[in-house]
Design a binder for this molecule. Structure first.
Ligand SMILES: Cc1cc2nc3c(=O)[nH]c(=O)nc-3n(C[C@H](O)[C@H](O)[C@H](O)COP(=O)(O)OP(=O)(O)OC[C@H]3O[C@@H](n4cnc5c(N)ncnc54)[C@H](O)[C@@H]3O)c2cc1C
Length: 400
């Protein structure tokens, strides 16, 4: 990946932030015909992760998730379609795999049943991961897109740079933001937005713990497919005072286990408290159930014991904006007379909603600046980008 060292050229649009939202938005803008530059303090999977830099923690399933967002179903539909397109290229680190949503209490069908592919209710408990002591398991399965995130993000950066995008790795302040050489600013700085731009709405974080397990075979169904799941034990069955789901997602080099979702106001420093029983994994304290329940599930279903792998614990912050109001911030305002488009605050669904949000943010940019009518130039490696550009330019009307 080449980092810009040359004198900064003026771009139509400066994208602030290089997480999944920033890189997706920047690609979308390039495909629409804008010249862009990304300004970012950190690049995922290249720079050291830190809890407030969310992208490296995403599991990263593309499936409906609990976040508040205007026209969320539209954003999800666009994202799913583009992830489907990227999966078809076979070169972007995106695949489709069976995903199971399992509960020990009965649940009615989810709202998204009609918007995901291959949705069906499960009936035979033995055919799915379950705790051996569970009396019953209810739920559904569908085919979810899944981004092999370290590969996917690296491929996105390569695509972006092949389209002509430039990356400046630098931390910005309110002041330095004002001097960026561009006609439009697009704010994709995640939690960092709060240090740069004003927002009347409240922000919070949802702390998420994970355990990464290396050295295990890939988890597969009986028919050989990689699979993932979310599993919610009966609240009375797990006597550790910490109810809620656990999950497992296989990456090629590691198994990602979660989860927790601890709400903390942004202005409060998280004190590290974990409700219920915790254990130390590596140097990090995590809810013990991430290991114990996932171990029961995987051992009974695949015969794989988590404890035989190399375990590393960690936690990251989901950037949640205005959870009881507008939610995700995709809107236009102006800073010293220059248009600013915000695209931030995606909570636990930044990967899932990335393409839909990028399309929406691009629409807001088109309201204030015209793209150059120059033909798209792409390297042979990314010829599929021409078809993607055609779709993004003509097919996706996000609407209001
Ligand atoms: C444990 C966990 C599991 C998750 N699982 C999933 C999942 O399965 N599916 C899913 O869709 N989502 C998931 N998420 C949520 C997802 O990670 C976030 O929604 C998403 O990464 C947000 O992306 P972002 O680009 O807005 O923010 P970030 O990834 O935080 O990126 C912000 C960018 O802005 C830059 N920046 C910030 N401040 C400045 C500044 N002052 N100057 C310059 N640059 C700056 C940063 O360097 C960074 O590049 C999960 C999150 C966690 C914590």
């Amino acid at each position: 990946m080449q980092r810009a060292k040359q004198t900064e050229r003026r771009a139509d649009v400066a994208v602030i932030g290089g997480g999944v939202i920033g890189i997706t938005t920047a690609i979308c803008l390039e495909l629409r015909g804008y010249s862009t530059a990304i300004y970012t303090a950190k690049i995922p999977f290249r720079d050291e992760p830190s809890p407030e830099f969310a992208t490296p923690y995403a599991a990263a399933s593309i499936k409906p998730a609990s976040v508040t967002m205007s026209r969320q179903q539209r954003a999800l539909a666009i994202s799913q379609e583009i992830f489907g397109f990227l999966a078809d290229t076979g070169s972007m680190g995106v695949r489709q795999q069976p995903h199971f949503v399992l509960h020990e209490e009965d649940h009615s069908d989810p709202e998204y049943a009609d918007t995901v592919s291959g949705f069906c209710r499960i009936s035979e408990i033995e055919q799915y991961p379950h705790r051996p002591n569970a009396n019953a398991v209810f739920g559904w399965r569908f085919n979810a897109y899944f981004a092999e995130l370290p590969v996917y993000i690296a491929r996105c950066y390569a695509l972006y740079e092949s389209l002509g995008g430039v990356v400046h790795e630098r931390s910005l302040t309110r002041e330095t933001c004002r001097n960026l050489p561009s006609d439009v600013l697009v704010n994709c700085a995640g939690i960092g937005s709060q240090e740069i731009f004003d927002d009347q709405r409240p922000w919070m974080i949802h702390v998420g713990h994970q355990v990464l397990v290396d050295g295990l075979p890939l988890i597969r169904t009986d028919s050989g497919d990689l699979f993932s799941y979310n599993y919610t034990p009966h609240p009375d069955a797990v006597a550790d005072g910490f109810a809620g789901e656990v999950y497992a997602y296989p990456r090629m080099d590691t198994l990602v286990l979660g989860g927790s979702r601890l709400p903390v106001a942004l202005e409060d420093d998280w004190d590290g408290h974990i409700p219920g029983v915790s254990r130390s994994v590596g140097d990090v304290e995590v809810p013990a159930r991430i290991v114990t329940i996932n171990d029961e599930l995987l051992d009974s279903y695949t015969g794989i014991s988590i404890e035989t792998g190399n375990l590393a614990g960690r936690y990251g912050f989901r950037p949640v904006r205005d959870p009881d109001g507008d939610g995700v911030r995709i809107e236009r305002e102006s800073l010293d007379g220059r248009p600013v488009i915000h695209n931030c605050g995606h909570g636990g669904a930044g990967v899932t909603l990335s393409w839909g949000s990028a399309v929406k943010a691009c629409e807001l940019v088109t309201e204030v600046a015209d793209p150059a009518p120059t033909p798209l130039s792409v390297s042979r490696e990314f010829t599929f980008a021409r078809r993607l550009a055609t779709r993004i330019r003509s097919d996706y009307d996000f609407g209001r």
